[in-house]
Every structure is written in C-alpha cells, then in structure tokens.
Design a protein around this ligand. Sequence first.
Ligand code: AMP
Length: 123
Amino acid sequence: MAYDQNNIFARIIRGEIPCAKVYEDDLTLAFSDIDPKAPVHVLVIPKGAYVSMNDFHEHASDAEIAAVTRAVGKVAKITGVDKTGYRLIANNGADGNQEVPHLHLHVLGGRHLGGMVKKPEPA
Ligand code: AMP
C-alpha cells in the first residue's frame, strides 16, 4: 500500500491540523487520541512516512525504530502510567482494523484495561 501524504497523521506532523502534544523529538511525535478509550490514551508515531508496522520494520532506520520505542517510554513517564501499568496496541492492516494509514502505537492506561481481545462467541 502506498503512503497517503494526506492522511490525518501526516497533516498533524506538517502542522496543518492541531493536536494535543504529549512528547516530540526529531523522529517521533506523541499526542492524545481524539476519542480516548481510557484516561490515558496517547498515540506515538514516527515522523517518517510509514503506513504500517510491516512498512516500518522493512524500511525504517535503526534510529527511527529505537526512537519510537524510547518515545513510548517517555510518554509512559510523562503520563504516569509507567507506575500503574499500560497497554501498547499497534493495529496493523485489515485484520488489525487499522483506520489511519500512518503507523501509530496506542499507549493506553489510567484504569484497569481488562482482558486483551475478546474471544468470539461460540456458534
Ligand atoms: P487505528 O484504528 O489504530 O488506526 O486508530 C486510529 C486512532 O486515531 C483512533 O483511536 C482515533 O480516535 C485517532 N484519531 C483520528 N483522528 C485523530 C486526530 N485528529 N487526533 C488524534 N487522534 C485521532
């Protein structure tokens, strides 16, 4: 899938759309999710143009990959969930129900989040 330069997160990186910034460095940006599913719900994104985790793993530099991981750690500290626990989610592609085609990691916390993924009801 080709990268869409006009996806909503590309526009946030370019400053065309505002965001509630939590953390930024040369390679990453983190901002609050507009529709939070938990008291802490922050999205961590690389500034580079990567559609998905597949794209990121294949094409990002080691520095970019390290920066995203470090940004998650910074966000956890800034929001306090490093002490209480949190969940990281990266929805990837169709079965992952990825809605925005720019790689993002959800950092969720601030309450107990329950089980990971619901099993389907038995038929
Ligand atoms: P995903 O389903 O993993 O692609 O998640 C996309 C996330 O982006 C959703 O949780 C949305 O609420 C969030 N989102 C969409 N537009 C914005 C925006 N302008 N600012 C912050 N979060 C957004």
